[in-house]
Design a protein around this ligand. Structure first.
Ligand SMILES: [Zn+2]
Length: 136
């Protein structure tokens, strides 16, 4: 985290519908490659301060997540249902930004999507790395 704070490049945070990190990159159709829009711009995080992340470790794919959604709509949760605060989501996205900033080549490899979510519901290696960092 200190490396992100000490870095002179800019990571902006703005209010948004979803809490999410957007790389400061643009795709060049002519050369078929990605470039920094601005060398001083890491990217931006949109942050919704009113939305946490509702989850259940045993209900991670679209099929078995229906139970969680149903309980959310009825307001009757079970003991395994959990919610992360909006700021936990912001911290998660800052870690994504740091991974992009400090380990750029591997960041793209880790973002390659799995053919289906793994047993813990992660969709790619970047999500595993970022979430494990938050748990530590
Ligand atoms: Zn993530």
């Amino acid at each position: 985290m200190q490396k992100i704070i000490d870095d002179k490049r800019v990571l902006s945070v703005t209010e948004g519908e979803a809490t999410r990190f957007y790389m400061g990159l643009s795709y060049n159709e002519k050369y078929k490659n990605w470039n920094l829009k601005d060398p001083m711009d890491i990217g931006k995080i949109t942050f919704n301060s009113k939305k946490g992340l509702l989850f259940n470790n045993s209900e991670y794919n679209d099929e078995n997540r229906k139970g969680l959604i149903s309980r959310y709509e009825s307001g009757k949760f079970n003991k395994e249902d959990k919610i992360n605060s909006p700021t936990a989501g912001l911290g998660h996205e800052i870690i994504h930004a740091g991974n992009f900033l400090l380990d750029n080549a591997n960041y793209f490899q880790r973002n390659e999507p799995f053919s289906s979510p793994n047993k813990n519901g992660f969709t790619n290696n970047e999500e595993i790395r970022t979430t494990i960092y938050l748990i530590r």
